[in-house]
Design a protein around this ligand. Structure first.
Ligand code: PLP
Length: 375
């Protein structure tokens, strides 16, 4: 098949726009040859943390590792339960499993696809230690009631903000509400490195210190290991790129919002559901997710016309073989399960051009009208 006319994400486009600066930054790091936890890592940590309205940032090796470190810093381990959602990337649950704890799922709001906090009470047990909400697709989870519930029951809160760099809840940035905010800096996220990277944010000095220790073999001073840690360091080449991209994050998010407005205006009456946002939230559209009937045929006809699509995510985690041991079966999270059969993500990245946006809209219209004609 021919190359896609509009890919789901175009990483080359962003690279081209910054190529000379990126090459120069790489060159500087290599000339200095301080490859881990150097000045660029520290500068990026500080800038990203203050962007998130947090005091501390701890750069790590990936978003998955950010979650693992956050859980470990909060002393969550075997015998503990962590309440989360099933419609997320597997990493959310992997991190819980990696520390030996058990994921407990609640269903989501059918409009926003985000954690339904009204269900927290029903799954609370004597083993519950933490809540792990996910700011899915770029929309903030409803942090007010989640934090209130956590405080009432003395639970930790760890935010998975891997798809929501810069999103806000009641005017405050995600990653600043819970004990620790966890961000992936994977290359296709709203802010991305050219390899693996992630960051934890927190306002708690003690947690920041523990995160830093666990990230680097449990030590503050080299060869003195106070706790068992590991190698979860952010490398300096990635930090250099992230530092360079950081000033663009706001304008990239605004471009995503503009593209989303265009899609929603043109597709609102055609697809079964466009992304919604709550008045208390800003949406930064890591993904632009619509619902359509006959999703799989719809995807095929778009793909045929050169428009990239994806499904985030086709099989909810509670129904994955990897999670069979937790004892969930189909029917237990009906909102999540129903959404997973109808959702589809359309091309979304800051550099989308007006022609590309128009082409996507026209192709979606054509696909759905043809579908309706057949039915
Ligand atoms: C991308 C992502 C992660 C994992 O991040 P990596 O950097 O790929 O390890 C975790 N949670 C969510 C919701 C994500 O989208």
């Amino acid at each position: 098949m021919a190359a896609l006319r509009v890919p789901l994400v175009d990483l080359q486009a962003q690279y081209r726009s910054l190529k000379p600066e990126i090459m120069e930054a790489f060159g500087e790091v290599l000339d200095e040859m301080q490859l881990f936890l150097g000045p660029r890592t520290r500068a990026f940590e500080q800038q990203f943390a203050s962007y998130c309205e947090c005091l501390y940032g701890v750069g790590v090796s990936s978003g998955t590792d950010a979650l693992v470190l956050a859980l470990r810093a909060c002393d969550i381990g075997p015998g503990d339960e962590v309440i989360t959602v099933s419609n997320t990337f597997i990493a959310t649950v992997e991190a819980i499993a990696m520390v030996g704890a058990r994921p407990v799922f609640v269903d989501v709001d059918p409009i926003t696809y985000l954690m339904d906090w009204r269900q927290l009470e029903g799954v609370l047990s004597e083993h519950t230690k933490a809540i792990l909400p996910v700011h899915l697709y770029g929309h903030a989870a409803e942090m007010g009631p989640i934090m209130e519930f956590a405080r009432a029951h003395d639970l930790r809160v760890i935010e998975d903000a891997s798809q929501a760099h810069g999103a806000t809840y009641n005017g405050r940035r995600v990653g600043s509400f819970g004990d620790v905010g966890c961000f992936s800096l994977y290359y296709s996220k709203n802010l991305g490195a050219f390899g693996e990277a992630g960051i934890c944010t927190t306002n708690n000095e003690e947690l920041a210190e523990r995160l830093r220790m666990v990230r680097d073999h449990g030590s503050r001073v080299r060869y003195q290991h106070e706790v068992i840690g590991g190698n979860y360091r952010l490398d300096e080449l990635q930090a250099a790129v992230l530092l360079l991209k950081m000033p663009y994050l706001e304008q990239w998010n605004q471009a995503r919002q503009q593209h989303a407005r265009f899609y929603t205006e043109r597709l609102g009456d055609i697809v079964a559901q466009v992304p919604q946002f709550r008045p208390w939230a800003t949406h930064v559209y890591c993904y632009y997710v619509v619902q359509v009937e006959g999703r799989d045929e719809f995807r095929m006809s778009l793909e045929h016309e050169g428009i990239g699509t994806n499904v985030h995510y086709p099989v909810p985690l509670h129904l994955q073989p990897a999670c069979a041991k937790y004892g969930y079966t189909r029917g237990m999270l009906p909102v999540t399960e129903a959404a997973s059969e109808r959702i589809v993500s359309l091309p979304m990245y800051p550099e989308l051009t007006a022609e590309q946006l128009e082409l996507v809209v026209m192709t979606v219209q054509k696909a759905l009208l043809a579908g309706a004609h057949q039915a």
